[in-house]
Design a binder for this molecule. Sequence first.
Ligand code: 6CS
Length: 313
Amino acid sequence: ATWKYAFEEAMEEVQGKYAQKFKEVIEANSDHEVQLFPFGTLGESADIMEQAQSGILQFVDQSPGFTGSLIPEAQVFFVPYLLPTDQEQLARFYKDSKAVNEMFPELYAEQGLELLTMFPEGEVAMTTKEPVESCADLEGVKFRVMTNPLLVESYKAFGATPTPLPWGEVYGSLQTNIIQGQENPTFFLYSTKLYEVTDYITYAGHNNFTTAVMANKDFFDGLGEEDQALIEKASTEAYDYIVDYQKGLADSELKKITDAKPEMTVTVLNEEQRECFKEAAADVEATFIEMTGESGQKILDQMKADLKAAEEG
Ligand code: 6CS
């Protein structure tokens, strides 16, 4: 059969690399064909999710940054400082986490989705037009976030004026000064040329970009055991591949940015400068629980336990 798979990035960006590996494993081990649809070919993130839920697409990569209204618990990935920045710890976490591998699949299933993998895409950096050395510098800054209520709350707590927008509008909105800041992992700042329309890159260590790959659940449930096992195998191999692919990626792409734009200011905030961001985190966590109740509390508690296990190796 021909299976359609859409994602939120370009073919040579992290989600595209993952998808290419997934396709390679499926096609090498079966007669199935996987057709890939990168960002823009079928619409924005919200569009491809609808297409996957309705069964027009068999597979979709949508980041929790856009899944928050569908699955409120998925917003847990936006509690600041919950996730570590250490890539090896993160790799262990997504692979072994009970929250990710047992609890979230139940919530996605309620939305007609078979959750296959969640994987990290790197520490997010803020890019802005003016320097950011503390939360005070974010005052009055219209800061683009993905369309996720908790992320809006985070940037409010940081002191900015959050502006949720789909990805396709970000470059133009920075260019025309409708927004003055946004956050994304380093590789994406380079590949999408966001560095052209912002002058400061700031690392506060507040989050890692998480994404999720899923299948339409009716499609998946209707497959034979052999095909289901093949999809699991392709997901596992693509996961290991993408973790490995990203080793050193943030450093190499940051260097490409500063080579292309030597006047770019890159700042890694020190502990003191991070204090206000960390203080805000406690409020955001409380808001997450208000939004999601007992179900969110359970996921959060499990995630904390899983993260602790990943930290210990
Ligand atoms: O900021 C965004 O909307 C996008 N960022 C990444 C790293 N991937 C896809 C997403 O749409």
